[in-house]
Design a binder for this molecule. Sequence first.
Ligand code: ADP
Ligand code: MG
Length: 310
Amino acid sequence: MRHVYILHENDAWVKPITKVLDTAGVPYKLWSLIEGSYDVAETPPEGIFFCKMSASAHTRGHHAAATYADSLLHWLESHGCIVINGLNALRLELSKAAQYAALYAAGIAFPCTKIVSGRNHLLAAAETIGYPVIVKHNRGGKGIGVQLFHEAASLMNHVESSDYVEPVDGISLVQKYIRPPEPFITRLEYIGGKFLYAVRVDTSQGFELCPAEACAVDGAKKPMFEIQKDFFHPIVEAHEKFLRKNKIAVAGIEIIANNKGDVFTYDINVNTNYNPEAEARAGIYGTEVLADFLKQMLQGTTKNLLTVAE
Ligand SMILES: Nc1ncnc2c1ncn2[C@@H]1O[C@H](COP(=O)(O)OP(=O)(O)O)[C@@H](O)[C@H]1O
Ligand SMILES: [Mg+2]
């Protein structure tokens, strides 16, 4: 029997989708990226594969998950399997530097960014960009290692501090801080490469903005996530084209606008999660749309995005 194989390393993030697949009677199996083994010459099982590898796996102690996911996807793709969010998607999930290179190639605006290896190079990079700057980890997610610096002295203190945390892959990004006129960013959700909805995310309480229920920030005073039903912006078309070119079927892409209304794309979450409270208020359910997409892919009734040529 053909199944949807869900490759993942975080149980909490697959529960919403397995619940809907159960209800819809779609056969699926979970495939752990934390540990396991496979035979390179063996034919993979029949069905389709959906990769939910996350850039923040190391923060859950799953240090081998990224490389294990990479090896598994090489195997699956070498056997010609249908993989939703395959190798190229994983490449972008695991590296913001790769995301920005891909955005540059697509002509999509992103904040001025320097890629830095070695903490001693952070200050010089910030100096050339000009303060205020955001410093973030190349491989992160959930706001890990994301900090705002208004001047050189505070960045220097940070670099010399015993609390300084080395990025897991050794790479940091120094980025121009985009000051939004109001404290929010917008996250655009895409399923099957198509725009589903925009969610306005309140940033007044910090940079940890993961929408999954399991990531809810304790003590948040008001809803952090608000779905924008009538969102329209030309960036959507640019993102859809970007996703096709990069063979990414499912993603949450974050944008921020400055006070002139210029829009910058700054984070591509290939492993995206939906906020259940915001969805209940708006009556739109990403997980149901995703389950339907997976079902159609399994049954072969929708176009295989991975073979769509630009
Ligand atoms: N260049 C920037 N200008 C303004 N705010 C930013 C910038 N980069 C990141 N942020 C804020 O920090 C949050 C986390 O940064 P992000 O790049 O999305 O990393 P992560 O992958 O950890 O989510 C963003 O959602 C946004 O609120
Ligand atoms: Mg983000």
